[in-house]
Design a protein around this ligand. Sequence first.
Ligand code: HEC
Length: 393
Amino acid sequence: MLAHLQEWLELLVRWFHVIAGVAWIGTSFYFVWLNNHLRPPPREEGDVSGEVWSVHGGHFYRVIRFRVAPAQLPETLHWFKWEAYATWLSGASMLVLVYYLGSDGMLLGAGSDLSKAAAVGIGVGALVGGWLIYDLMCRSPLRRSPALFGLIGFGLATGLALALTELLSARAAYIHVGAVLGTCMAANVFFVIIPNQKIMVDAMIRGEEPDGRLGEAGALRSLHNNYMTLPVLFIMVSSHYPMTYGHAWNWAILAGISVAGAVVRHWFNVRGRGQQNVWAWPLAAVAIIALAFVTRPPTVEAVEGDVDFATVIHPIVQKRCTPCHARETTWPGFNGPQKGILLERPDEIRDQAENILKNAVTTQYMPLGNLTQITPEERALLGQWVRGGASID
Ligand code: HEC
């Protein structure tokens, strides 16, 4: 019952996390779009540097942007920060619920010698350390060379992915790389963008000229956040695709996808400013095709004829899967049916046939880390049984 309640809590937090994330990324994309589509107003208008006209939901809008700030502030000024904070807080809660409080197997790699506490320390250390290093880079002269900054940042993130995939379970490693990037994004809002805006607004209220450098520092962080969005979103949804994190070269696949995501984001960014960027899409396409090729499933020998459930399939599943997918699990460190998947009774196994095919035959993500040492022949038999109609009679 407790495990069931925890799963419901996880579902609610996940739901909230996705909604908050959509709101955050939505406003972020909107403001990038806005900045890119500003055009000088037809008539000179004081401190106005650009305007955008748009129509949405049956209404017409005209948004103007000031060179630095308006002469006078309105009574209500809208800030955009809770989307970011709510996304981070719910994401961090999920990290705790799923990986730090969940089964050991979710956080620790198969056959890992680490204690759970050490693994949690590595995870939290990556989040804090990642932010500190990134923040230092932003304050160093490196911030003035965007290409070098991007290259070093990418190298560090890939190194982190490589290290984490060695130390933690593949899925936990992926999620932690995403969480490190997401933490940098949220911390950018919390520690730099919003405080700097506050200082600027306070100066204006005192009737002083706001310091433009503060705005620039915020804009740099904002730009970084923009490039990180697509890779982070990929990592978050990749949890549903064992072909990515379950692969032996999972860290390199993550790096490849991140490049494709950032390149596509770059194309949108410069296109909005009226520049052409012909290499972006071909590069992203080649990267994705190469990744699809690299992650292709290993070939499993075909088996001829019908496969009997009672004498062949059921014993394989009982031996290789049930230790972690039963009401009372027997594999140490895996408490309760993993992912809520039960593979005990014949009807339960039949109901999971497609999932068995995907996880144990095509991607070979299951059995986790092949702890129960399933053989290629057994995988082939499972595949043949599912493709032949998954009959249990
Ligand atoms: C050593 C423990 C262990 C063994 C053995 C094991 N699993 Fe799993 N299984 C897990 C864990 C842990 C998860 C959750 C992993 C995750 O969410 O990435 C999981 C998740 C799954 C899922 C859900 C994947 C998804 O869509 O998120 C399926 C299906 C599955 N296992 C099938 C199997 C089959 C079939 C076998 C036997 C061939 C098997 N498992 C053997 C631990 C195990």
